[in-house]
Ligand binder design. Structure first.
Ligand code: ZN
Length: 327
């Protein structure tokens, strides 16, 4: 009905022109054919190949599994924002403001100027720096969370990351709730020199603030967490949980092998190996992380056990029995 109407409209519009028949072909048939073909074009970012097993994964399936492979359980990179959307109840969270430090105090330059590197990273990730801080509820339990982004200059710890951890710790103390930190880093940000190394004691003091307030500090170590980060805030948690197969190390395997002149065992510096050797408390699949965090936090906060599953939906209509009594 609608289509024939549209044809009629085109006919009447052009009926005074040259040939109505030509206009019908050029104005109606051709655009219709064009739109039919252009609509079939599939954007290439709908499918992602798993780096581990090579399975092609559809974007919806991948998002539902929080960027883990449903076939082999490989944990791929996830942005802090996507992680928070999956972590917080209903995907709702409030960002905690982080004080922005002075940009490029050393006027550092390697192949590129540091401000240019920062600009590129900001454009690539759409974030201010390598750490996102948020507050909200998980399983109806109040928390402050911060997550490091490996895609932002290798998640490197600079002054902004230091400020973010301090802001997160202060927010947790003010709200009397625990802090959950998701680490991912290649180490300190060399472009900030000694100032980046100073973030190790600064963040250690921030963690101490939580301990003095008697609030839990939980670290979730994700792939990869290395360098100065493992020499400070990432290893100071009350509980250490890691994602499966995450690389967690201070120095790389090759450096250690060259130093001690010995071959290191297989799986060395991986989450499961570290769990076996007492460096970690848990290794947990990303999709089960929320439930585990809720249980642990409620236990540490001496709260009632978490409610599993959702409460029934509120009924829209009044209960018939009550209505009858009132009548
Ligand atoms: Zn896979």
């Amino acid at each position: 009905m609608l289509q024939s109407g549209r044809v009629g409209f085109i006919y009447s519009k052009h009926s005074q022109g040259d040939s109505a028949h030509m206009n019908w072909i050029s104005n109606y048939v051709r655009p219709k054919i064009n739109s039919m073909f252009s609509r079939r074009e599939v954007p290439d970012n709908l499918w992602t190949k798993c780096d581990e097993c090579g399975t092609m994964l559809f974007h919806r399936e991948l998002k539902a599994a929080q960027n883990t492979c449903p076939s082999c359980d490989h944990h791929m990179h996830i942005s802090p924002r996507a992680r928070f959307e999956a972590l917080f109840d209903g995907g709702i969270f409030t960002e905690v403001k982080v004080e922005e430090p002075q940009v490029d105090p050393l006027t550092f330059k390697d192949q590129k100027r540091y401000p240019d590197r920062l600009k590129d990273a900001k454009k690539k990730t759409d974030e201010t720096d390598a750490m996102l801080v948020a507050e909200g509820e998980i399983g109806r339990t109040k928390i402050v969370a911060c997550a490091q982004d490996f895609k932002f200059m290798g998640g490197s710890m600079g002054m902004y990351v230091g400020n973010a951890i301090i802001a997160a710790a202060e927010a947790a103390v003010a709200r009397k709730c625990p802090l959950v930190l998701f680490s991912a880093a290649g180490g300190a940000r060399m472009q900030e020199g000694i100032l980046s190394l100073m973030q190790m004691p600064r963040t250690t003091v921030a963690v101490q603030m939580l301990k003095e307030a008697g609030l839990p500090y939980i670290v979730v170590l994700t792939h990869p967490t290395t360098g100065g980060v493992t020499a400070s805030y990432a290893m100071l948690g009350d509980i250490h949980i890691a994602e499966p197969n995450a690389l967690i190390a201070f120095a790389g395997t090759r450096v250690i092998e060259q130093t001690i002149r010995e071959k290191l065992p297989e799986g060395f510096q991986r989450a499961e190996y570290l769990l076996d050797h007492g460096m970690l408390d848990r290794v947990t699949h990303r999709t089960k992380m929320k439930g585990e965090l809720v249980s642990i936090i409620r236990m540490l906060m001496r709260d009632t056990p978490p409610i599993m599953g959702d409460l029934p939906k509120p009924t829209e209509e009044p209960v018939p029995e009550v209505a009858a009594e009132e009548a």
